[in-house]
Structure formats: structure tokens, C-alpha cells
Design a protein around this ligand. Structure first.
Ligand code: ZN
Length: 310
């Protein structure tokens, strides 16, 4: 049932689509400009037909809302993703009158479409530090498959987290390979970048940091040797605080990593209700967190997640 709110959201989505596709129409199948109006789509978008290849298209073709019937629902999910407290899929699904898996699919589609939203050109004093998320295979069928046919499906590399407890086996301690690092970089102006690392080796750190930093940016990190090595090899200034010795600030409070650690804390708090989403989606959650953080002040105007994802 279309409520006034969902009609409004649908109209907004359509306006956004038409606006983004621009005035200059190209066929999105062959690129030809020999196109003409060809009625309306089911969702009342202008449909076009290409005289060269004979195919039709609209401004939704090739975007992530193509083949989404309830665009108002997807817009509502995007809006919820920027809300102070995003709702569980079930609650959203009930409010929108769709299945919970539909909401989940829309959300993962939006997250995948965000891509790399971290800022670059970070300047001045740039704090960098990693935070860790426990590896998760939520939704994975690997143990089920293994138990059904052990000969065809080898044993997964670790137990399910709950089984450690159930079987009284001690959990892997400290930073094992089951702790997934996310490197967060933030300058004092609040510009932030973050991405998942495959490891905390120099090469990975360098690949993550180098494209983010302005040429004369100075690094501020904890005492980890890898950052010192990175700075030495790239000729970059670095100041380190020894957080393990409880040294929080240096040089009268100029050098610290408290902004980045505050971001870590907000990130953990944001992730908590999701109960360890599968690690294969972690990049999406990093992007989501960055979008929320960058748009924390502005609550009006077009939804930044939807705009970016389209
Ligand atoms: Zn064409």
C-alpha cells in the first residue's frame, strides 16, 4: 500500500535519477545520441529508445535501483542508514511491508555501491591507528556442508565462535589471524579515511596510507615499529606516542592519537547492534561508518548514501 510518505520518497528518487542522468541523452547500451522518447516506465520515468541499436532505457537503467520495484522502500532504507540509530532489518521490513531479506539485500546493495568513501589529501598532523574486528562467517554454511559430506568439504579453519564456549576450548588469544585490522587515518580537520587491511605488514600499511596523505602531512601514531619504518622509507615526518606506557600525549598535547581512537570507539559502538556482521561485508560497514561520520551534522537535504550509491 502506497502511503503519502512512500509516494513522496518515490517522487524524490525519480527526480534524483532524472537529474543525475542529465539533459544530454546517450543510449546506455551503445552510446549513440540518436535517442527519442518512448513512453514511460512502470515507475513513471521517461523511457527512451535508441534508433541505432533499437533498445530502450531510462535513467534507472544500469543504476542500483534498476529492477527495484519499491524504490521508495530502498530510499527509506538509505534514510534509515543515516538515522541516529539504524533499525534492525526486521523492524524496517515490518514498517515497509516487505520481507526482511529484501531490506537486507537493499542495504548490502547500497553498501557495495558506496565504494571507497575515505577522504584523501589528509594534511597537517594525521593520526593513524588500527582497530580490530573479530573475523565473522555469519551466515556461512561451511560447517553444515562439512558435517554432511566431510569427504567433499574439508573442515573449516576454525570452530564457530560459540563452539569454543560450548566445548570448553579456550579462545585464540590476542591478535590472532582471526582479528581483522581496520586502519583509520584522520587529520585534525576531521578528514577521515579507513580501510580494512589484510595484515599489519609494512606493504599493506604503505598501500593504505600513501594515497591518503598530502605530500607534507605528518604522521602521528602509537609506538608500532611499522609506522616508524614507513615514515623512514618514505621520508615523512612522524611523531609517536607510547600508548602502552600510558603516554597519551606528547609535546604539551600536540601529538596524540585521541581523535582517531575516539573514532574507533564510535565505530565499535555503531557496530555493536549488528552482532559481528560477516567479514566479507566489513568494507561496506567501514564505508557506512565513514558516511555517517562525515554527515553527522547535516540531517537535511538529499540522502548522502543514496546520492553516492546512485
Ligand atoms: Zn543504442
Amino acid at each position: 500500500m502506497a502511503t503519502a510518505q512512500s509516494r513522496l520518497e518515490r517522487r524524490e528518487t525519480e527526480a534524483l535519477l532524472e537529474e543525475r542522468s542529465g539533459l544530454e541523452k546517450h543510449c546506455c547500451h551503445c552510446g549513440s545520441t540518436a535517442v527519442r522518447r518512448w513512453g514511460k516506465t512502470r515507475t513513471q520515468l521517461q523511457r527512451w529508445r535508441c534508433s541505432d541499436c533499437g533498445k530502450t532505457f531510462s535513467s534507472a537503467t544500469g543504476t542500483l535501483v534498476e529492477r527495484v520495484h519499491r524504490r521508495d522502500g530502498m530510499a527509506a532504507v538509505a534514510k534509515d542508514m543515516m538515522a541516529r540509530q539504524p533499525q534492525p532489518c526486521r523492524a524496517l521490513a515490518a514498517a515497509l511491508g516487505v520481507d526482511k531479506m529484501t531490506v537486507w539485500r537493499w542495504r548490502t546493495r547500497l553498501l557495495a555501491a558506496l565504494g571507497d568513501v575515505g577522504q584523501s589529501g589528509l594534511k597537517g598532523i594525521v593520526e593513524a591507528d588500527e582497530t580490530y574486528f573479530r573475523e565473522s562467517r555469519k551466515g556461512s554454511r561451511e560447517w553444515v556442508r562439512h558435517q554432511r559430506a566431510p569427504s567433499r568439504h574439508p573442515k573449516p579453519p576454525r570452530l564457530r565462535w560459540r563452539d569454543y564456549d560450548r566445548q570448553g576450548i579456550p579462545l585464540p588469544r590476542g591478535l590472532s589471524r582471526w582479528q581483522i585490522p581496520v586502519l583509520v587515518t584522520r587529520d585534525r580537520g576531521g578528514a577521515t579515511a579507513a580501510n580494512r587491511l589484510r595484515s599489519t605488514r609494512l606493504r599493506e600499511i604503505a598501500q593504505s596510507l600513501t594515497p591518503r596523505l598530502a605530500r607534507d602531512a605528518m604522521l602521528c601514531t602509537d609506538a608500532a615499529g611499522v609506522y616508524r619504518t614507513y615514515a623512514n622509507r618514505t621520508g615523512r615526518a612522524i611523531e609517536q606516542v607510547n600508548t602502552s606506557l600510558n603516554q597519551r600525549v606528547r609535546a604539551n598535547g600536540v601529538y596524540h592519537i585521541q581523535n582517531v581512537n575516539a573514532f574507533h570507539a564510535r565505530f565499535k559502538e555503531f557496530m555493536q547492534p549488528f552482532r559481528g556482521p560477516a567479514t566479507k561485508y566489513l568494507d561496506g560497514y567501514v564505508a557506512w561508518m565513514l558516511m555517517r561520520d562525515a554527515n553527522a551534522q547535516s540531517s537535511d537535504g538529499a540522502n548522502p548514501i543514496f546520492v553516492r550509491a546512485l
